[in-house]
Write a protein that binds this ligand. Structure first.
Ligand SMILES: *[C@@H]1O[C@H](CO)[C@@H](O)[C@H](O)[C@H]1NC(C)=O
Ligand SMILES: *[C@@H]1O[C@H](CO)[C@@H](O)[C@H](O)[C@H]1NC(C)=O
Ligand SMILES: *[C@@H]1O[C@H](CO)[C@@H](O)[C@H](O)[C@H]1NC(C)=O
Ligand SMILES: *[C@@H]1O[C@H](CO)[C@@H](O)[C@H](O)[C@H]1NC(C)=O
Ligand SMILES: *[C@@H]1O[C@H](CO)[C@@H](O)[C@H](O)[C@H]1NC(C)=O
Ligand SMILES: *[C@@H]1O[C@H](CO)[C@@H](O)[C@H](O)[C@H]1NC(C)=O
Ligand SMILES: *[C@@H]1O[C@H](CO)[C@@H](O)[C@H](O)[C@H]1NC(C)=O
Ligand SMILES: *[C@@H]1O[C@H](CO)[C@@H](O)[C@H](O)[C@H]1NC(C)=O
Ligand SMILES: *[C@@H]1O[C@H](CO)[C@@H](O)[C@H](O)[C@H]1NC(C)=O
Length: 461
């Protein structure tokens, strides 16, 4: 479903009846839609003085800083510490601290506690014997915090099978998300909605911007053009319930030639993929025929796999031609997402022994994780580097998610979203708990509001 064009006046909308119903919903929403809560995706500074990119949040009193990654296959918020076990992914302790996005030191926090005896955390895919629950204060920035937030401390994670894919502290964003539940209970947000933009994350400083993770809404400034809204679906093997159908994937060569890596012969060749923003890749892609077609077209080969930050992505042979063009995804919903070369191919990045991010330019990483043919029915995945060029908003209350082309700007325009995906055009604060909209919505123009609203309501009815 396509949202309507930007500045189109309300009276010319093609669905007058729907509009009336939708506006009725807006009016309700305007009374008080708290939030959203915006958490920056940046290089967080850890206790070692080193950095790790992730969702920056602070825990405890005095505050300890961490780089978390949201994870849609997990419900609890997991914080490693005080010991650091890298499970052989890196060698030194400082490297381990960077790998995990910081290590919590309970003895240094005055506000650490234990959950009430009656507290039952939501279930996980791992045995509850492998982690311990504790509580501490979680700082959400802008004077918002959750006091006594229950978190899980990993104890025995050898068999969790996270490998280097999900090695950082985890914000559980599964259907039982404790962070969403607590933020809601404290009145910081109005819905089980989130917005996600990873930011530019290429090799040079000019290819780097921060990203943004929003709870209870999204950051309109980082979207571009019209969004496309789809229902969440219960596809097997897609924990986030966000599946998209890909119509084509095209290589854009520097000389202007476009080359589709989709099979030529057969008629219907749509490829379903699951959105898992935590994964360190643009896409995990079936080797046959897609990735093989790509390699043939760019005249290179799989030389190895990265064991660094872009875990398991393909390393190209540096002695063969390195592709200089872009990769464009054409989705069935009409959206085109172009991944520029400088986000698609980067020198290998890894955490070295001093815990710094180091680069090996002799190992060019193509941010595609090629799925071996033996992987069978594994669903392809669109990961976080897809969200260097795309913006995602999802709302479990409304059972819908929306994708936009991203705008890599540092400007912020936060929009609270309510349970039925209503966006608020009001600037009213629901104060008492600091979750008020403050100036967050003042930049939201009426026409954009109605646009988003029509798109969303038209799908919902
Ligand atoms: C997450 O919590 C929900 C709600 O309690 C539950 O249905 C789901 O099975 C849990 N996920 C996992 C992986 O255990
Ligand atoms: C945070 O709250 C304190 C106490 O209510 C207040 O003094 C301070 O100005 C607030 N800071 C911000 C940035 O809103
Ligand atoms: C994060 O740190 C890396 C390594 O120090 C640096 O190359 C990159 O530009 C930084 N990114 C941002 C957004 O500050
Ligand atoms: C991107 O954001 C900037 C800053 O808000 C704005 O000036 C620009 O028009 C936006 N570009 C697009 C394509 O939306
Ligand atoms: C690739 O994307 C970049 C950035 O958007 C653009 O400047 C360049 O022209 C594109 N190259 C091709 C071959 O399309
Ligand atoms: C553009 O480059 C590709 C890859 O090298 C090549 O296959 C194609 O023929 C070229 N197209 C033109 C018009 O030169
Ligand atoms: C790790 O990388 C940093 C930044 O590139 C560098 O300054 C430092 O010397 C490296 N440490 C080791 C042990 O190689
Ligand atoms: C960088 O990669 C090359 C090629 O794999 C390897 O020979 C070299 O040892 C690596 N350099 C470092 C510092 O790890
Ligand atoms: C809030 O908006 C008002 C009116 O647009 C403006 O004067 C004020 O500076 C803004 N405050 C902040 C903190 O951005």
């Amino acid at each position: 479903m396509t949202a309507m064009g930007g500045g189109r006046p309300l009276l010319f909308a093609p669905w007058p009846v729907l509009l009336v119903m939708c506006l009725a919903l807006t009016a309700v929403a305007q009374e008080c839609v708290p939030g959203p809560v915006a958490l920056p995706i940046i290089n967080a500074t850890l206790s070692t003085g080193k950095h790790r990119r992730g969702v920056a949040m602070k825990v405890g009193d005095p505050e300890q800083a961490f780089a978390f990654l949201p994870n849609w296959e997990t419900n609890n918020t997991f914080l490693y510490g005080p010991a650091c076990d890298a499970l052989n992914l890196v060698k030194s302790n400082d490297a381990c601290v960077s790998l995990r996005g910081g290590i919590y030191e309970p003895d240094k926090s005055r506000s650490k506690g234990t959950p009430a005896f009656s507290y039952r955390p939501p279930p996980e895919r791992w045995s509850s014997n492998t982690y311990d629950m504790f509580t501490d204060n979680l700082d959400l920035g802008k004077n918002m915090s959750i006091k006594g937030f229950p978190m899980a401390d990993p104890k025995d994670y050898r068999n969790w099978d996270l490998q280097g894919y999900d090695a950082q502290n985890i914000i559980g964003m599964g259907p039982g998300s404790t962070l969403v539940e607590a933020s809601r209970k404290d009145g910081h947000i109005a819905s089980d909605a989130f917005g996600f933009y990873w930011g530019l994350d290429g090799a040079g400083d000019e290819d780097q911007t921060g990203g943004s993770f929003v709870l209870g809404g999204y950051d309109e400034a980082k979207t571009s053009g019209d969004g496309r809204t789809q229902p969440l679906s219960d596809t097997q093997g897609c924990a986030s319930r966000m599946t998209v159908s890909i119509q084509d994937i095209v290589l854009n060569f520097a000389n202007g030639t476009e080359f589709s890596i989709f099979p030529k012969a057969s008629g219907s060749t749509h490829l379903s993929a699951c959105i898992l923003p935590e994964r360190p890749t643009v896409m995990s892609m079936p080797r046959t025929p897609y990735f093989q077609n790509l390699l043939d077209a760019i005249g290179n080969e799989e030389w190895g796999r990265s064991l660094g930050v872009d875990y398991e992505n393909v390393i190209l042979n540096p002695k063969m031609p390195i592709f200089t063009g872009n990769l464009t995804f054409r989705l069935d919903n009409g959206l085109g997402i172009e991944i520029p070369n400088r986000q698609l191919i980067v020198p290998e990045r890894y955490i070295n022994d001093t815990g710094d991010l180091a680069v090996n330019s002799s190992r060019p990483v193509l941010r595609i994780n090629s799925l071996p043919d033996t992987a069978g029915i594994a669903l392809p995945i669109l990961g976080r580097y897809f969200f260097t060029s795309a913006y995602l908003m999802s709302n479990r209350d409304a059972d819908q998610f929306t994708l936009w082309q991203a705008n890599a700007t540092t400007v912020e325009n936060l929009i609270p979203v309510a349970e039925r995906n209503e966006v608020s055009v009001a600037t009213q604060s629901c104060a008492t708990n600091g979750g008020g909209a403050s100036n967050a919505t003042t930049g939201f123009s009426l026409s954009r509001g109605q646009m988003a609203f029509v798109g969303i309501c038209a799908v919902g009815l």
